[in-house]
Every structure is written in C-alpha cells, then in structure tokens.
Design a protein around this ligand. Structure first.
Ligand code: 1GP
Length: 239
C-alpha cells in the first residue's frame, strides 16, 4: 500500500485528525506564493489539496514545484478534470461523483486519465465524492451538471457512502462545495462516519476553528479548508 493512504489509515486508527488546505491555482498569484507557503507551514495542515474548476496544467505544475521545495506535507491533486493532472504532485484523489448520475464524472474522465496516470508515480487514491445540497448552486453542481443530495435525507447519503465503500473506494468525501453557504450537517457526518469503515473527508463552507472541531467531533477524519484560508491567510492563528 502506498504512503499517503497508509498514513490516513494510521491517523484514523489513532484517532488523530487531519486537515487539508485546498489551493485553487487560478486564485493564486506566483508573487504571493512565498507568503502563502509561510502560512501553510505555520498552520496545522497535514495535507495540501490542489485543484479547481478551471486551471491549466502549466499553472499547477509551476505552483506544485514551488510548494515542493518548501513544504514536507503531501501535495494531493483534487482535479476537476483530467487536464488538471500534474506529475509533480505526490498523489491524486481519483474522484467518482457518486451523488450524481453523469457518466463523465463516474467513469469517462477516469478512462481518459489512464494514459497519463500510468506513466506517473502519483499515488492514486480512489475516492467516493458525494455532493450535499448547501443552500445555493455550487461550482461542482454547475460544472458536473449534477444535483447534490438532499441535506435532510441522511439515510440516502449513508447508503450512497456505503455503496461507495462496497465499490472499493478508499475514502469517502462529503462535499458541500467550495464557498458553500451551508456546510455538511453534523448529524450527517456522524451518521456516515458510523456507517462506513473507510476514512471520511468533509469539506465545503467550513469557516471557523469551531466548525472544524465540530466536524472532527462528529466523525470527520480529514477536514478540508479552502475559501476561509484563501480569504484570510491568518485564519489558523485566530481563535
Ligand atoms: C471544496 O471542500 C472544499 O472542494 C473546500 O471548500 O472552499 O468552502 O473551504 P471551502
């Protein structure tokens, strides 16, 4: 088994919570990258996720190479489509959008990514990605042309997550969407974490230390912070 996933499993076994900072290369200027890297190093982040809705490969490559010189935590691709694959990252969340019924995001993009992926040393981590309704339309919804799952139907979300585990995914990611109005409900995190035996990632609309802690307490193994850090590089030094 490869290293990144092994460490996530190990952390789960020890009840050690993990935190990923999500970087969207389209929103980062190379000139500001040094400050950004400083703040990441000072933060409690255990992983960097990198990806976004648009993004060109050149931009990702340039930013990852810069990051790799300075940080030691794993850099994991969180791609919106196969054009966002960089051979310079450490791993990739190989996402299946289980909440939707668009074959492109269930299998088509994956097939198209193979010729590139098989010539890299990226650790490929299959991830069941479940979009949860969050109060307004999000970029994932718009781009994937899929509907999120009802935030009140905890049972159906649990069944979807469990099906993702049965299909062989190594992680389940409950996603409210970047900049979501409403984060994934805590009772849903709790129910899904009890339903599955693989690690649970939660992200989207989490904007405070308290909200991070609440997600951990509810059962998230890894929380993803994007917008809150993007808007305030000192986010992790506030109470
Ligand atoms: C989005 O879950 C991530 O894919 C992070 O969301 O930008 O709202 O923190 P935020």
């Amino acid at each position: 088994m490869k290293k990144i996933y092994q460490e996530i499993l190990q952390a789960k076994a020890e009840n050690r919570k993990l935190l990923a900072i999500l970087l969207d290369p389209d929103k980062i200027e190379m000139d500001n990258l040094s400050v950004l890297v400083e703040r990441i190093i000072q933060s409690p982040a255990t992983h960097i996720f990198i990806g976004g809705s648009i993004v060109e490969t050149n931009k990702i490559n340039e930013q990852i190479n810069f990051l790799k010189e300075k940080v030691t935590i794993p850099i994991v691709l969180f791609p919106g489509n196969p054009s966002q694959i960089s051979i310079f990252a450490d791993g990739i969340l190989f996402l299946s959008l289980l909440s939707g019924r668009n074959p492109d995001y269930l299998i088509e993009h994956h097939v198209n990514a193979v010729s590139l992926l098989k010539n890299t040393s990226l650790e490929i981590i299959s991830t069941g990605y479940i979009l949860i309704e969050s109060g307004s339309e999000t970029a994932v919804e718009r781009i994937s042309k899929t509907k999120p799952l009802d935030r009140n139907n905890v049972e159906y979300v649990c069944q979807t997550a469990k099906a993702g585990e049965y299909l062989g995914n190594k992680l389940i990611y409950l996603e409210a969407g970047s900049g979501a109005k409403l984060a994934v409900p805590l009772e849903m995190i709790k129910a899904v974490s009890q339903e599955i035996s693989i690690p649970l990632i939660v992200g989207g609309g989490i904007r405070s230390q308290k909200a991070i802690q609440n997600a951990f307490d509810a059962g998230a193994d890894l929380v993803v912070i994007g917008t809150a850090f993007e808007n305030d590089l000192n986010f992790f030094t506030h109470d």
